[in-house]
Design a protein around this ligand. Sequence first.
Ligand SMILES: [Zn+2]
Length: 618
Amino acid sequence: MANPVLPSSGMLSPLGLDSVRLAPGFWGDRAALNRDVTIAHCQEWMEREGWIGNFRGQRPRRGREFSDSEIYKLLEGMAWADHPALPELAETVGRAQEGDGYLNTRWSGNRYTDFEWGHELYCYGHLIQAGVARLRMHGEDRLTEIAVRAADHVCRRFMDTTETCGHPVIEMALVELYRATGAERYLEMARRFVERRGLPALGDIPFGRAYFQDDVPARQAQVFRGHVVRALYLASGVVDVAVETGDQELLKSVEAQWERTLARRTHLTGGMGSRHADESYGEDFELPPDRAYNETCASIASIMLAHRLLLATGDARYADVAERTMYNTLATGVALDGRSFFYANPLHVRVAAEPPQGVNHAAEGSLRSQWFDVSCCPNNIARTLASLGAYVAAADPGGVRIHHHTPAEIRHGDLALRVETGYPWTGGVTVRVLEDGAGTVSLRVPSWASGATLSHGSGPAREVAPGYAAAEGPWKAGDEIRLELPMAPRWTFPDRRVDALRGCAAVERGPIVYCAESVGDEPPLAHLTVRVSSPPAEAAPAQAGPAEDDVDHGPAGGEAVELEVAAVHAAPSGNGWPYGPDPDHATGGTDTALRLVPYHRWGNRGPATMRVWLPIAE
Ligand SMILES: [Zn+2]
């Protein structure tokens, strides 16, 4: 089964890339662009920056201490995409592996001297994930051999110590290798890495031990905290260990942490991370739109975790959050041409900066960069888009559940289905039965979709509640199941405890979060307030429509929808002092219409300012 996550038990069994084939549409177009453009882009940059040369023994070594992991993430992407460049790159990597399986271009000769920041086990984690991907897509070869030798080295070296890595990922990688090979030592090693963390297992650092989740053991933690990618990679590994060892207490602990994090530490886009200094969560309800960090990798980690919890529990809420994050942060992280990337994904950008030329050293900025000093995000996008088909649907005992509505062909057991839809731009989803068969076909109804209807056969359309709407077979070739999701744009208001967002509203339509964007001589956003008394409306298509190769303009994917809201351009107030006793001095101005674009499309038209949360005029 060609799947990045393949639990041996749980409410749902995922369907892999061999069962789900993406067709042209929102995600199919992005997966194709990823395979044709982004993967080669990443390889070229890592060759240019010398990170691949490190494996050839180049001196001096180049790149950060964890740059090996970037090559491994790309190898994983190549494995899922069945990319022809994989064998040669794997061969290059293998040249640096030592006789006992040790492999690291930074720490060779000085092994395991810095667990807090060295990232050696982290690098193995990504290598092992690449090896598992290759094993499942292709079978044993050079890459799987390198990964297994490294994993065996890790088990020998760490099984009976108290050590662990400052950056989790080895945990979920080892569980997946156990699932792929049946060798129990990998599961046991992962379990021990999970259990020893928080005892504590690492030294103290200036950010504090919560930064790398070594403050309390995973099973006692209340909320995700510290460095977001670390927290979510660890939680993914904890779920994997809990599922494979039947540890319900451990699984419940992660579910509870997820609930609280979702309720208090998650941005509207699904992004997580409120602080730049340590790329971390903030306190509860600390969700500033302009200082939001929302690293692209954190979104990917959040999708990975939500997917695991979905498979374990069957609860549609996890798919809802994965969808929100996929459309509004994963899709934002890469430009429409597949060649530049966001690292941080704030919800408000005040200054339209010039695009960085070449390598972005700060990992921030108001335009996507071709490459970063720390280029975790581009390679993470590459491996995620290459395996995205595996997130779309799952099997349950009665049939198939479709989590994500996107054009695809799905085959499982007796069921052969084709999903046809212009979602997320249109709300109609047609599932066409391709061959006679039996089984239940369940379609996810997102939490925002009240009033959704489902119909099939000669029966009338019936209203279906958020969750999964089931249609029962038996089926004849040519039968259709039709889900209609209401797509009226809507105002969204924040919990009042989110102090940074008081007095603001945002606009959503379906799963898409919108933003105001100002490019060039378009009106500045800084002085705008919006009237929420009237609903947002669909705007006339922009004069210059999307280009032919725009990924939001696929033949089946519909066309990106833009919106318009009533706004007020504020009149100046104050006389050299912007404060005063009269509350009305802050109101008034000229009525105008404000055009909104899907958040994931912002920053594709040149230097821009942007905001998702808009101050309310009334
Ligand atoms: Zn990243």
